[in-house]
Ligand binder design. Structure first.
Ligand code: SF4
Ligand code: SF4
Length: 329
C-alpha cells in the first residue's frame, strides 16, 4: 500500500468516524516491512496528534518473519499482535510459497516471544475439516504452545472441502467450549468466539461482527490501490464501494453496492425471524453465505451448528449459576 493511500485512509476516515481500529492484515502484512508501519504510525500521529483514544492498531501475522526487531516495534507502537496458526503440521493448512507446512516455524516464533519477551501471544486458528476432527488434541496442542488467547474462526472461503458441516461445527465448538470451561489451569485466558457468545447471553456489550449482525456496518476493507470493499472477504466490482484516493467518505457510504449488500443482509436476517437464539446468534456471517450459496442474502450455512453452540453455552452458564446459588462453587 502506497503512502498516499495510507494518508488518505487516515485523514478521510479519521475525520468521519469518532473511533477507528486499523487492522493490518491480508496476505502477510509484515512483508510490507517495518518502515512502512513507521510511516503509517507517523501519519496517524500527524492526524490525531496526542489523542490516542481515537484509534488503535492491530497486526495479524503468520509469524514466519516475526523477529525480535518486529516485537520491539509493535510493543513500542502499542500495536496489538495476533498470530495466525491452525494447529500442528499434521492438520494445519497453511503452507509456504513452496508448499511446505509452516506450523513448525510459527511454533518457533511463539517459543521465542515467550522466552525472550515474556509475551504469550493470542492465536487466530481457522477451523477446517482437518483440524476440527480432534478438538481434544487441538486444545491440548495450543495449551502446550502456551498461547495466551485463542480465536477459533470457521473456514468460510472458497474451498468447499475445508468447510465445516453444520454437525461438525456444532460438535467441534461445543467440545472446545467444554474443554476450556472445565480446564482447571485457566492458561488460555480468552477463547473466541465463546467470550463473545457468553457476553451476548449475559447482555454485555461485547461482540464481533459475525455474532453481532455487524455485516456492512462496522467494517470496511481498504486494498493497496485504495479500493474500498464491504469487508476483506469480498472482492470484485460487485462489492467495490469506491476508492479512498478519489471518493469522499460520504460517497463511499452511499455506494449502490453498499445499499445492495445491506438489503441482502436484511433479507438474510428475515430468514432468521422467530429463531429462539436470534438475540445471541444475530444471524451469522454473510461471507459464509456468499461462499456456500453464491449469494449474500441467505441464512448462515452453519445455522444449525450455531444454534447448538448457543444453547449449549447458555445451558452451561445456567448450570454454573445454579451451582453457585447452591453454594457448590
Ligand atoms: S461478512 Fe462476515 S467477516 Fe464480513 S463483516 Fe460480515 S460477519 Fe464480518
Ligand atoms: S441460529 Fe440460524 S436461524 Fe437462528 S439466528 Fe442464527 S443463523 Fe439465524
Amino acid at each position: 500500500m502506497a503512502d498516499d493511500v495510507v494518508e488518505a485512509m487516515i485523514r478521510k476516515f479519521g475525520s468521519h468516524f469518532p473511533f477507528l481500529e486499523y487492522s493490518w492484515h491480508g496476505g502477510e502484512p509484515t512483508m510490507a516491512g517495518i518502515d512502512f508501519y513507521r510511516r503509517a504510525l507517523a501519519a496517524q500521529t500527524a492526524f490525531y496528534g496526542d489523542d490516542t483514544s481515537r484509534y488503535r492498531n492491530n497486526i495479524q501475522t503468520n509469524g514466519i518473519g516475526f523477529d525480535d526487531e518486529w516485537m520491539d516495534f509493535v510493543r513500542a507502537g502499542k500495536i496489538a499482535l495476533g498470530l495466525s496458526h491452525d494447529g500442528p503440521a499434521s492438520v494445519g493448512t497453511r503452507v509456504s510459497r513452496s508448499g511446505k507446512p509452516i506450523a513448525d516455524k510459527v511454533e518457533g516464533t511463539i517459543d521465542r516471544l515467550i522466552e525472550r519477551h515474556d509475551f504469550h501471544p493470542g492465536v487466530l486458528c481457522v477451523v477446517t475439516r482437518a483440524n476440527a476432527r480432534d478438538p481434544d488434541g487441538l486444545y491440548s496442542y495450543f495449551k502446550a504452545q502456551r498461547v495466551g488467547a485463542l480465536s477459533l474462526l470457521p473456514h468460510l472461503g472458497a474451498e468447499p472441502e475445508l468447510r465445516l458441516t453444520p454437525d461438525l461445527y456444532g460438535s467441534f465448538f461445543t467440545r472446545m467450549f467444554d474443554l476450556w470451561m472445565d480446564d482447571p489451569d485457566g492458561q488460555i485466558e480468552r477463547l473466541g468466539p465463546f467470550d463473545h457468545v457468553m457476553a451476548k447471553i449475559l447482555g454485555l456489550p461485547r461482540s464481533i461482527c459475525s455474532w453481532d449482525a455487524g455485516c456492512f456496518r462496522d467494517l470496511l476493507s481498504i486494498e493497496p490501490d485504495g479500493g474500498v470493499y464491504l469487508c476483506s472477504a469480498f472482492q470484485g466490482d460487485d462489492h467495490r464501494l469506491g476508492n479512498i484516493l478519489t471518493d469522499s467518505v460520504a460517497d463511499i457510504l452511499d455506494s449502490p453496492n453498499l445499499h445492495a449488500a445491506r438489503a441482502a443482509q436484511e433479507k438474510a436476517l428475515a430468514e432468521c425471524e422467530g429463531c429462539d437464539v436470534l438475540d445471541v446468534c444475530s444471524g451469522g456471517c454473510r461471507e459464509a453465505s456468499f461462499f456456500s450459496f453464491g449469494e449474500i442474502g441467505r441464512r448462515d450455512p452453519h445455522c444449525e451448528g450455531r444454534r447448538i453452540l448457543v444453547k449449549h453455552v447458555a445451558g452451561r452458564l445456567l448450570d454454573k449459576a445454579r451451582h453457585f446459588s447452591q453454594g457448590e462453587v
